[in-house]
Write a protein that binds this ligand. Structure first.
Ligand SMILES: [Fe+2]
Ligand SMILES: [Fe+2]
Length: 304
């Protein structure tokens, strides 16, 4: 039994196959008057059908070396959640590539990049996986914590889909780290490789996301205009401000993702989902000034 999976308070990870739909007429600028912010999220979405299958393959391969049944269950839950994520992103991204066919070239580049990365050692890939997951903690705190500012009046399908993804990222935040620690321990070389993985995983995904939004903003004629570029940099500064502290903390010796406190909104979402009528998509009301978890409203609607 290793010390990470022996966490009786930790509920079993659940893959939720939520049937998010993205109508063909969804505006790729789905946050009103915020083409840069929309493009940043769209750029990140583009990476997911390449990144997340890589994470799944890596964690499953590592899982073959794990004896602990609780940790094996965590790995299965992690893979299930990531599988639902990238399939939903694929559906969303198909809309994007219809609007911006130039993105297909970038997708081919990502495919090749992850094929090359898949040839690296398991330790390097697992450190990348745990490192990327550390970044998602920062992104989650930013996106969910600031949701009322970021998504005010935005397309509810896209917003709710992204928030769901972030909720599940919180839920499985410790899994890749636990597997890494179980397989490679706490020696100084293991730590060093894990710390490198924080930056390798994070910056690799950021690099592709940036290439994605650049293609989109160029296509929209917003890339070379100074005022529009300033708007982009303001959002990027927000990203750096909220996310980078998580990267630096994650790279410290002795860091454990459990030390990152979960947001109440996430806890409430997870609790409410337990009584949730599965067939209905949990759409967040982006016009509500507080943007509460969607379940109460849906429960009222379904009881009428
Ligand atoms: Fe994910
Ligand atoms: Fe994840």
């Amino acid at each position: 039994m290793n010390q990470y999976s022996n966490d009786v308070a930790q509920p079993r990870l659940e893959g939720r196959k939520i049937p998010f739909e993205f109508p063909a007429d969804t505006d790729p600028c789905w946050i009103p008057d915020q083409p840069q912010l929309s493009a940043m999220f769209n750029g990140a979405s583009l990476t997911m059908p390449y990144l997340e299958p890589f994470l799944i393959r890596t964690i499953r391969e590592a899982g073959k070396k794990v004896d602990d049944n609780l940790l094996k269950n965590d790995i299965a839950g992690f893979a299930s959640q990531e599988g639902h994520h990238f399939r939903a992103h694929r559906r969303f991204n198909d809309l994007l590539t219809q609007h911006y066919p130039e993105l297909i070239q970038l997708e081919e580049k990502m495919q090749s990049s992850y094929a090359r990365l898949s040839k690296k050692s398991l330790q390097t890939r697992l450190a990348y996986t745990a490192g990327f997951e550390a970044m998602t903690m920062g992104v989650t705190k930013w996106i969910i914590g600031q949701r009322t500012k970021l998504f005010a009046g935005a397309d509810s399908n896209a917003t709710s889909f992204i928030l769901w993804h972030m909720v599940e990222e919180t839920e499985h935040k410790r899994v890749a780290y636990d597997v890494y620690q179980t397989l490679y321990g706490k020696g100084s070389m293991a730590y060093l490789k894990r710390a490198l993985g924080v930056f390798h995983g994070s910056f690799d995904v950021m690099r592709f996301s940036m290439q994605g939004y650049k293609v989109i903003l160029k296509s929209e004629g917003l890339w070379w205009r100074a005022g529009e570029r300033i708007r982009l940099h303001k959002w990027l500064a927000q990203f750096v401000k909220h996310v980078f502290p998580f990267l630096f903390r994650a790279a410290l010796p002795g860091h454990d993702p459990r030390s990152e406190r979960d947001l109440d909104w996430v806890t409430e979402w997870l609790k409410a989902y337990q009584d949730y009528p599965e067939v209905v998509v949990p759409l967040v009301d982006t016009h509500d000034p507080k943007m509460p978890v969607p379940f109460k409203r849906i429960a009222m609607e379904t009881s009428q």
